[in-house]
Ligand binder design. Structure first.
Ligand SMILES: [Zn+2]
Length: 635
C-alpha cells in the first residue's frame, strides 16, 4: 500500500468513525447498565459495533430485505437491473439511507413511483463509494437501478475455455469479505442481516443457483426465482450461473456442477449427509433446510465459501479418496458458526472461523474416527506455527485491529487454527460434554444474530466462567483473544500415526535406509503431507531426485501433496519439477495453494522470472482476489 492510498483510507475512516460514534457509546452503556435486568439475547440484539469497512448507516436507517431483479450479460460481463431495499428507520428524524457500492453505475433511485435524489461519493480504493439516498418521510422502500462493472471485485466471469465443459461461459460471485457491494448496492456490513428474494435472467441454456432455496428440478428457461427467508449478512449473498447439473447425495444433500465432474464430486462428498446428521446430534438442528454443494471451476480463489444452503467448493479437493473432505465439514460447520451466529465486524472473524475450525475437527472425528482427527489437528497446528513464525505480532491477535486495512488481509491461520486451539483448551478444561452443552446454548442464544468479540466474552462471563471459576480465568481468556502468540501451556495435538513417519524420515535423512525402502504402502495423504512438510529446509538435488524417483511426487494428482512437494522444489531449486510447477500455477486459482509458491519463487531473481511467466499466463483465468494477492510477488 502506498502512502497516498493510506492517507485516503485514513481520511475516509475519520468520516466513518465520526458517524458511528454514537453506536460505540450505546454498546458501552448496554454492557454496563443493562446486564442484570435483561435476558442475554436482548442485550446483544441492541449492539451496533463499529464497522471500519462499511460506509453504511444501519444505526440510523437499517435495511431488512432485498428484492433483486438482475439480467446476466456474458458478452458485456455485467449484471444489470434493480434492487428494492426495505428499510426501518432507527431514529425518528432519519432521512438518509447510506449504502455501500464499488464500481457500480447507478442510473436511478425510485420510491413510491417518485425519482429520488442520490449522491455517489468519490471511491475509496478499499471500500468503494458511499451511495447516499434522501428519503421521503413516507417511504419504507427504495429501488436502485444499476449495473455492475466488468471488473466487479466480487464477480468472476469465465469464458467457455475456462470451464470443464468448454462450451458455455460461467460466472460466480464471492462476496466475503466486502465484495457484495461490487454487485449489489447494499449495507455491506456483517451486522446488517437481510432476507432476500431474487429473479435472475440468464441465457436459456444455463442454470442460475443462489445461496437461497434452490429447486433442482426447476425448468431451464432462463428465468430463475429465489427466496432466502432467513436473515443473512451481505457477505453470504451468492450467485452462480453455468451449465450446471444436479445429483442428489442424500435426503437433504446434493451437488451441483458441470456434468463432467458431477459423478466424481458426488462420490467424493457422499459422506456430507452423515456429517450433517452427526453435527446436528451434538450441536443442534440444522436451520437451513437443504445443504447442497456447488463445485466451481478451478479458478475459485478459496477452498470453499459457506454460502447458506449452497456451499461453493473448489474442485481441487476432489482427490478420489476423500482425503481432503475436511473442507466440506468446514463449510457445513459454518451453518452453525458463521451463518447462524455471525461475526459483527471483520475484527471478529475468529468467532466465525475459530469456532468453525473447532467444529470441523469434531465432525471429522465423528465421521472418520479419532486417528484422522489427531492427524488433522497436528497438521493444523503446524500450519498455525508457520504463520506464528512469520506474521507480525499484531497480526497474531484473534481480535485483530483492522482499522484502515483491507479485511481480505485478515485471512491467515490465526482466526482459524488459533481460534480452534483456544476452544479446544476450553473443552479440555471443562470436559467435552460440558463444553458441547455450552456450544449448544451459544448457538441457540445468538441464532441469526451478529455478535462482537466483546459480546462473546460477556456471554462467557455469564456461562462457562461462572460455572467453572475453579478451572477458567478471565485473564487467561483475554490472553488468548487479545495477545499475540500462544499462551504457555496451550494444547498440543499429537498423532501416533505420525510417529512412524518421523522415524522413516529420520532414517532416510541419516542415510540408514534408501527412500525406496521407506515402508509407505499404507500411508494416507495426511502422513505424506506430514512427511514432506517436516523435511529440513535444505535438501540436495540428489536427495530430491531420490524421493521423486521413489514416490513419483512431481506427478502426484493430490493437489495438497503436489503443493507441499512443489514448494520444497522451489526452495531447493529442483528444476525437473518446474514444468509441473508451471502447469500447477496456471491451472489452479485457489489462493492457499498458489500463493506460497509465488511467494517462494519471488524470493530469488531466477525464481521471479518463472513466477512472472506463470502469472502472465494464468492471470486471465484467476479470480480478481487471487490476482490482487499474488500480483505483488511478481512485480
Ligand atoms: Zn471458514
Amino acid at each position: 500500500m502506498t502512502i497516498k492510498k493510506l492517507l485516503v483510507s485514513l481520511l475516509t475512516l475519520v468520516v466513518i468513525s465520526g458517524c458511528n460514534e454514537s453506536s460505540t457509546k450505546t454498546t458501552e452503556l448496554i454492557g454496563v447498565a443493562d446486564k442484570e435486568s435483561k435476558p442475554l439475547e436482548t442485550q446483544i440484539a441492541h449492539h451496533n459495533a463499529q464497522d471500519y469497512h462499511s460506509f453504511s448507516n444501519p444505526d440510523v436507517v437499517k435495511v431488512t430485505h432485498l428484492n433483486l431483479d438482475l439480467s446476466v450479460d456474458f458478452t458485456q460481463q455485467t449484471l444489470s437491473g434493480n434492487v428494492s431495499l426495505d428499510f426501518q428507520r432507527m431514529t425518528p428524524d432519519a432521512d438518509t439511507l447510506i449504502l455501500d457500492t464499488r464500481d457500480l453505475v447507478i442510473s436511478k433511485v425510485v420510491s413510491n413511483g417518485n425519482v429520488l435524489e442520490f449522491n455517489l461519493a468519490n471511491a475509496d480504493n478499499f471500500f468503494g463509494a458511499a451511495l447516499s439516498i434522501k428519503l421521503p418521510s413516507d417511504s419504507s422502500q427504495v429501488t436502485v437501478y444499476y449495473n455492475t462493472s466488468s471488473k466487479a471485485s466480487g464477480v468472476q466471469w469465465l469464458t467457455p475455455a475456462q470451464t470443464a465443459g468448454k462450451k458455455y461461459p460461467f460466472l460466480f460471485t464471492q462476496a466475503q469479505a466486502i465484495h457484495a457491494r461490487s454487485f449489489i448496492p447494499l449495507q455491506d456490513s456483517p451486522q446488517v442481516r437481510v432476507t432476500y428474494e431474487a429473479t435472475i435472467r440468464t441465457p436459456k441454456a444455463l442454470l442460475a443457483v443462489m445461496s437461497a432455496a434452490n429447486d433442482p428440478d426447476t425448468p431451464r428457461d432462463g428465468v430463475y426465482e429465489f427466496s432466502m427467508p432467513q436473515p443473512i449478512p451481505s457477505y453470504l449473498i451468492a450467485l452462480a450461473v453455468g451449465d450446471l447439473n444436479f445429483k442428489a447425495m442424500g435426503e437433504r444433500t446434493g451437488v451441483y456442477s458441470e456434468i463432467g465432474i458431477l459423478d466424481a464430486a458426488a462420490a467424493e462428498f457422499e459422506d456430507t449427509e452423515s456429517m450433517l446428521i452427526a453435527t446436528e446430534k451434538n450441536f443442534g438442528a440444522y436451520s437451513w433446510d437443504r445443504y447442497d454443494l456447488l463445485i466451481l471451476p478451478p479458478s475459485f480463489p478459496f477452498g470453499g465459501m459457506e454460502n447458506p444452503r449452497l456451499s461453493f467448493i473448489t474442485p481441487t479437493v476432489i482427490a478420489g479418496d476423500k482425503s481432503l473432505v475436511s473442507l466440506i465439514a468446514h463449510e457445513l460447520a459454518h451453518s452453525w458458526s458463521g451463518n447462524t451466529v455471525t461475526n459483527a465486524t471483520w475484527r471478529d472473524l475468529w468467532l466465525n472461523e475459530g469456532f468453525t475450525t473447532y467444529l470441523t475437527y469434531r465432525i471429522m472425528e465423528m465421521v472418520y474416527g479419532e486417528e484422522r482427527f489427531n492427524m488433522e489437528a497436528v497438521l493444523g497446528r503446524q500450519d498455525l506455527q508457520a504463520d506464528l513464525d512469520t506474521l507480525k505480532p499484531n497480526d497474531q491477535i484473534l481480535a485483530i485491529n483492522l482499522k484502515g486495512r483491507d479485511p481480505d488481509e485478515v485471512f491467515s491461520n490465526i482466526p482459524y487454527e488459533k481460534g480452534a486451539l483456544f476452544l479446544r483448551e476450553l473443552e479440555h478444561k471443562v470436559g467435552r460434554a460440558n463444553f458441547d452443552q455450552f456450544l449448544l446454548g451459544y448457538f441457540e442464544a445468538f441464532a441469526f444474530q451478529s455478535i462482537t468479540t466483546d459480546d462473546f466474552i460477556s456471554y462467557l462471563e455469564q456461562t462457562l466462567l461462572q460455572d467453572y471459576s475453579d478451572k477458567l480465568s478471565k485473564e487467561r481468556i483475554e490472553e488468548w483473544i487479545f495477545e499475540p502468540g500462544l499462551p504457555k501451556g496451550a494444547p498440543v495435538p499429537e498423532s501416533d500415526a505420525f510417529t512412524s513417519v518421523d522415524k522413516a524420515r529420520n532414517d532416510w535423512l541419516s542415510g540408514t535406509i534408501a527412500a525406496s525402502n521407506i515402508d509407505s504402502d499404507n500411508w494416507v495423504v495426511h502422513q505424506w503431507l506430514y512427511f514432506l512438510n517436516n523435511l529440513p529446509a535444505e535438501l540436495s538435488s540428489a536427495q530430491l531426485t531420490e524421493l521423486d524417483k521413489a514416490f513419483g511426487l512431481t506427478n502426484s494428482t493430490n493437489n495438497e501433496i503436489a503443493h507441499s512437494w512443489l514448494l520444497i522444489c522451489v526452495n531447493n531449486w529442483y528444476q525437473p519439477a518446474f514444468p509441473r510447477l508451471n502447469e500447477y500455477l496456471v491451472s489452479i486459482g485457489r489462493n492457499k495453494l498458489v500463493k506460497p509458491l509465488y511467494k517462494a519463487l519471488s524470493a530469488t531473481p531466477e525464481g521471479k522470472v518463472i513466477a512472472q511467466k506463470a502469472f502472465a499466463k494464468a492471470k486471465a483465468g484467476y479470480h480478481p482476489l487471487t490476482v490482487k494477492v499474488n500480483e505483488k510477488f511478481v512485480k
